[in-house]
Structure formats: structure tokens, C-alpha cells
Design a protein. Structure first.
Length: 412
């Protein structure tokens, strides 16, 4: 397994295939396995198992392992997909994205057959279906009682279960009587566990983080380390029993929807500005896209305060049984910032491969390697930047209305 805490495995369970809209054609099983090992990921979701061509690839190429998972290229896989539910409820159009994880490809195929007729499954790896979130959950559990259904990027304005544009104020409002069967919620890039814990009902559930990778380089930008054996039962039990060792988070300010605003008009509001000026755009007069920070405050009924104070090892730890988490900047972004070049340049890839080949994987370099270990294998300035990112010595310009934020490694 990847380096980290003993008795845990690192999982990224929200990814896509070459058949999802706006996703890289390089997301093949060969490449996914190579990049998962380089990133330090033990378990990947297959992504997009409802797409007929991708499903055929999965059936022909994945090998069943004796732990209830599948294996390819030295990496474990679990059948998983993201479904977009678009429907009317309580007089509003709802658009909710849900992750569905199944223990077997056979149960995944049965679920796919049940969805046929509710959407064009062959048109997009992330299909849109005319089922409510509750109906989709019920369908998944009817096909396989062991299924895991997790609201994806829960706070995203357009497609999150709590989203400001088309979401709900509670899981019970969304899922009705089946809400207790929703055992986990995905944070998304624009929120972190501390923000989610401001919501009372989420304190009764597992808060998980995954990458939603549309390209190979974005694998593992958020991951969850589960406590237990690397097996289907290990994953299912970890979710059922809230056994999370830690999560790795994007800086939520860097996410595309952290602040409220209008990208077209160049307007970005944090909490104070939104309180002072209101939610109408001062340029065009239309309502701003209300961001994740505002929405968390609205649903929780209280002001969310960023109390992120990492310890020397980069983790934030709270009282009680709340799992620790770390905010990290992807290694290629760090190298690119130090070198002053694009993230996809050969300069960055040479340095990235040199570091990960020697250290073992990206997660080890970002989270576990000592300063002396890093200096021994990396440019000294890159090594110093990794340590600053680990301990929060950065400045972030928050993202808003679909525009990623930016991070400066020159300090707070």
C-alpha cells in the first residue's frame, strides 16, 4: 500500500473515463493504474460504469481479486460512477450529482439496466437521468443492498445536494425516508471537513473527499484514507462505521465556487462583502452565483470561521472523533509555481517524475517526507515550497462562479 498511517488505504472514488463529457481521452485503465501508483492511491473507482463501451472495457480487462475488489496494473478498482439526477421537486428543478459504488461488475450492470429508459447512457459517461435522488438511491439498493450512494461535491451551486441553485437545505428534504441510508457526503473542492462539520446532520455521517478527476494529473488532488483492510468489506465497513484515518483536501479557497460572484462581471464577494452589498451583481444587476462559503453559513445558521491551524506535520486535528485532514497543493502546481512555467510543461514533468520516482509517490512527498528527504531529491526551492504548502504558509485568492482560485507560495 501507499505510505501513510498503518492499517489504512488511500482511495479516490470519484473519477471519470474517456467517455465522460469534457474529460481526457487518456483516462484509460493502463494510464489510470500508472498514475494511481505515482500518486500514492491504493483504490480507484472505475468511473462511468454505466457507459456501454467503458463497461465492456471494464468487464474484459479488470481481474476479480480475492478481496472483493478488482485489479489492474497493480491497483485495486471498485465499480463506481457519477449520476446526474434532474427532476422537479417542491416546485423547483433539482440537479443532484450522486456517486454510486457497487461491489461487483454484475451488480453494476444490473443497475445500468434499471437506468436504461431514464436517460441516454451511451451519450455521456456521467449520464443525466430523470429520476429523483431518492429514486436513484432506492434503485441502487434494490439492485444491490450493499451499494454505497454518496452525494457528490455536496455544496457545488449547480449540482450539489446543498447547492444554492438547485439543491436542498437537508438530506432529509432530498432523500425523504431513505436519508438515514446516506452514510457519507463528499466535500467537493470548494469546502473542507471543518466547513461540513458546521452542519449538524453531517456530524452523524462520514465526510469524504475525492478528486473528481477529469484528467490523469488531477487524480488524488483529494483523497480519503480509510481504516481497515483493502477490500470491498473494508471499504463498506469503513463507511458504515465512520472509520476514516484522514482526508487530503484542496485548499477550499482554490475551488471554483468558494466565494460568491459573477465571473463575467469580475465580481467576487466573500462573506463580509455579501453582507454589506447584498447578492445582486453591482455590474449587471443579476443575482450572483452564491458560493459554497455563503451556502454553508446559510444552511448551518451560523458564520463559518476558518480555524485552519495545521500542526507541524500538516494535519488539522479537532477534539473528539473527527478525523484529521490536511490541505495540500498538487505537486505539479508547486513545481510550476517555483519554476515560473506552465503545469503541463516538460520542465515540470521531469522534476515531478524525479521526485515521485525517488520518494515513492506524490502523497508521500507532499505529506510524509521530511524536509531533509525532500532536499535530497528535489530542487531546494521546490522542497521548501512543499513544506510551506504543508503547513499553510500560503496566500490564496479565492475562486468564484466557476473560476479556480490562485495560490501564492510566498507566504501568508
Amino acid at each position: 500500500m501507499a505510505a501513510g498511517l498503518a492499517g489504512s488505504f488511500v482511495a479516490d472514488l470519484h473519477i471519470h473515463s474517456p467517455y465522460a463529457f469534457a474529460c481526457s481521452k487518456e483516462l484509460t485503465l493502463d494510464n489510470l493504474a500508472i498514475w494511481a501508483r505515482r500518486k500514492g492511491i491504493d483504490l480507484l473507482a472505475t468511473g462511468d460504469f454505466t457507459h456501454p463501451t467503458w463497461a465492456a472495457d471494464l468487464h474484459s480487462q479488470l481481474a476479480a481479486a480475492n478481496d472483493g475488489l478488482y485489479e489492474y496494473g497493480g491497483v485495486r478498482f471498485v465499480p463506481g460512477t457519477e449520476i446526474s439526477c434532474v427532476y422537479r421537486q417542491d416546485g423547483r428543478t433539482r440537479r443532484i450529482h450522486l456517486l454510486v459504488l457497487m461491489p461487483t461488475l454484475e451488480s453494476a450492470a444490473a443497475f445500468t439496466r434499471r437506468l436504461d429508459g431514464y436517460g441516454k447512457l451511451q451519450s455521456d459517461g456521467r449520464p443525466t437521468v430523470s429520476l429523483s435522488a431518492r429514486q436513484l438511491l432506492e434503485t441502487a439498493l434494490d439492485c444491490c443492498p450493499d451499494s454505497l450512494v454518496i452525494p457528490a461535491h455536496a455544496w457545488t451551486p449547480w449540482y450539489g445536494v446543498y447547492g444554492s441553485k438547485a439543491g436542498f437545505d437537508s438530506l432529509e428534504e432530498c432523500f425523504g425516508d431513505l436519508a438515514p441510508l446516506v452514510r457519507a457526503v463528499e466535500t467537493g473542492l470548494s469546502s473542507d471537513p471543518a466547513m461540513n462539520r458546521a452542519i449538524d446532520e453531517l456530524n452523524q455521517r462520514v465526510v469524504v473527499s475525492f478528486s473528481d478527476a477529469h484528467s490523469l494529473g488531477n487524480l488524488g488532488r483529494e483523497v480519503t484514507a480509510f481504516l481497515g483492510p483493502l477490500a470491498w468489506d473494508g471499504l463498506a465497513n469503513a463507511v458504515a462505521e465512520a472509520r476514516v484515518a484522514y482526508t487530503v483536501e484542496f485548499y477550499p479557497e482554490e475551488g471554483k465556487y468558494h466565494y460568491s460572484g459573477h465571473r463575467k462581471c469580475g465580481v467576487s464577494y466573500g462573506t463580509a462583502e455579501l453582507d454589506r452589498y447584498g447578492s445582486d451583481c453591482p455590474v449587471c444587476g443579476r443575482q450572483l452565483t452564491l458560493g459554497v462559503l455563503h451556502r454553508v453559513n446559510e444552511v448551518s445558521g451560523r458564520r463559518t470561521v476558518d480555524q485552519w491551524e495545521p500542526e507541524a506535520d500538516g494535519f488539522v486535528r479537532s477534539d473528539g472523533d473527527v478525523p484529521p485532514y490536511a490541505r495540500l497543493i498538487p505537486l505539479r502546481e508547486i513545481i510550476a509555481a517555483v519554476k515560473g512555467v506552465g503545469v503541463n510543461t516538460r520542465t515540470v514533468m521531469r522534476e515531478y517524475c524525479s521526485i515521485t520516482d525517488t520518494i515513492g509517490d506524490e502523497l508521500t512527498a507532499l505529506l510524509w517526507a521530511s524536509s531533509s528527504d525532500l532536499v535530497a531529491v528535489a530542487d531546494e526551492e521546490v522542497a521548501e515550497a512543499i513544506m510551506r504548502a504543508r503547513t499553510g504558509q500560503v496566500r490564496v485568492t479565492p475562486g468564484f462562479d466557476g473560476q479556480y482560485g490562485s495560490i501564492s507560495l510566498t507566504g501568508r
